[in-house]
Design a protein around this ligand. Structure first.
Ligand code: ADP
Ligand code: SF4
Ligand code: MG
Length: 324
């Protein structure tokens, strides 16, 4: 663990995101999330819908800035940067969103879509040189760049639109790519192609990735390590193999048990198979937030928030009664 903290390229430290609803009520979307990601690593972030994954992703991007806590990228605390320094730093971290069609402006041509980040970053080349840069990037994500240039999003399939989004995210050569449910809206066969593409691009561009999904099977496919979140808090963090073979947190156990054996024809997994409903993040349970659904809950679980502890080297669990 120590080496991961020291080598971290991206650190979320005690990250907290709250949405104020009224003077007295707020949504506790992310509460004290701490994870570290090494350079070149893919960290998967998984948890059921509403557990705070997108809020965490947006906080990493500083869109908007988190309520509290730090996001440290390559030694720089992004929250401490002035608006203009943050703008300059933005080229180093980019994001791919869930809905490929909605995240592209339907009125713009692909040339305009990919020019936007270049303009914001005040890249110098114009005209043919810029077109060539855009074409090269589109070719790299598996599209025919020259043919795509003057077309608009509706002329492409969902999978192709996601490739355009990926090209837009990578054109400034970022070092960190945050993928928030980047394949969740795609058909299963297209999901696999897109995941393979992301793997290739990760190696080619030396990317560090934060890969977010509600789908355990998808996360398993791409992640070196996996962080499991529940109701805004970290439950468990370990290398992907350990998370799937020796989960120690009752919630992770539940998730793994809910995932059927891999079947290429199966519908993508959702995490709704965990019994019971996700409590409201407006008024989360005291102590361990999972206690209302946990078969192992004791009195202690209601009164004491479990602190994340190392069960084995590199395997962190936040539970009073971890399973072995
Ligand atoms: N802008 C917002 N205002 C109020 N509540 C929000 C807002 N965005 C998200 N939430 C709430 O925060 C919680 C976490 O949401 P989100 O981060 O989108 O989770 P996930 O991506 O895991 O589905 C949910 O209860 C959601 O309803
Ligand atoms: S702390 Fe208690 S309630 Fe929470 S997961 Fe562990 S055993 Fe279950
Ligand atoms: Mg989300």
């Amino acid at each position: 663990m120590k080496d991961i903290v020291e080598d971290a390229f991206l650190s979320l430290e005690d990250l907290t995101v709250e949405y104020r609803l009224t003077r007295r009520t707020r949504v506790h979307a992310v509460s004290g999330l701490t994870v570290h990601v090494k350079k070149g690593e893919t960290l998967g972030l998984v948890g059921e819908s509403g557990c705070g994954k997108s809020s965490a992703a947006r906080a990493v991007m500083q869109l908007p800035r988190p309520t509290s806590g730090r996001v440290v990228l390559d030694g720089v605390d992004l929250a401490s940067l002035s608006h203009s320094d943050l703008q300059k730093a933005r080229r180093r971290f980019q994001m791919v969103f869930q809905d490929p069609i909605a995240s592209l402006n339907p009125r713009q041509t692909v040339r305009e879509i990919l020019s936007a980040p270049l303009e914001i970053a005040r890249e110098k080349e114009t005209g043919e040189a810029r077109d060539q840069r855009i074409i090269d990037m589109l070719d790299r994500v598996g599209l025919n760049g020259e043919q795509a240039l003057n077309r608009r999003p509706h002329e492409f399939s969902g999978g192709q639109c996601q490739r355009i989004s990926i090209a837009r995210a990578l054109i400034l050569r970022p070092e960190l790519l945050v993928c928030d449910e980047a394949v969740s809206a795609l058909d299963v066969s297209v999901q696999a192609q897109t995941l393979n593409l992301l793997e290739d691009l990760k190696l080619e561009f030396g990317l560090t990735m934060l890969f977010i999904s509600h789908d355990l099977a998808v996360v398993k496919h791409v992640s070196d390590r996996v962080a499991v979140m529940y109701l805004g808090m970290l439950c468990e963090l370990a290398d992907a193999e350990t998370i799937y073979r020796k989960p120690a947190h009752p919630y992770t156990r539940n998730l793994i048990a809910a995932v059927p054996e891999p079947d290429p024809d199966a519908e993508p997994n959702t995490l709704e198979l965990v019994p019971g409903e996700l409590p409201s993040p407006i008024n989360p349970p005291s102590g361990c937030r999972f206690r209302t659904r946990c078969p192992l809950a004791t009195d202690r679980c209601a009164s004491e928030v479990p602190i994340a502890q190392e069960l084995a080297p590199g395997h962190t669990v936040a539970c009073h009664h971890p399973m072995s």
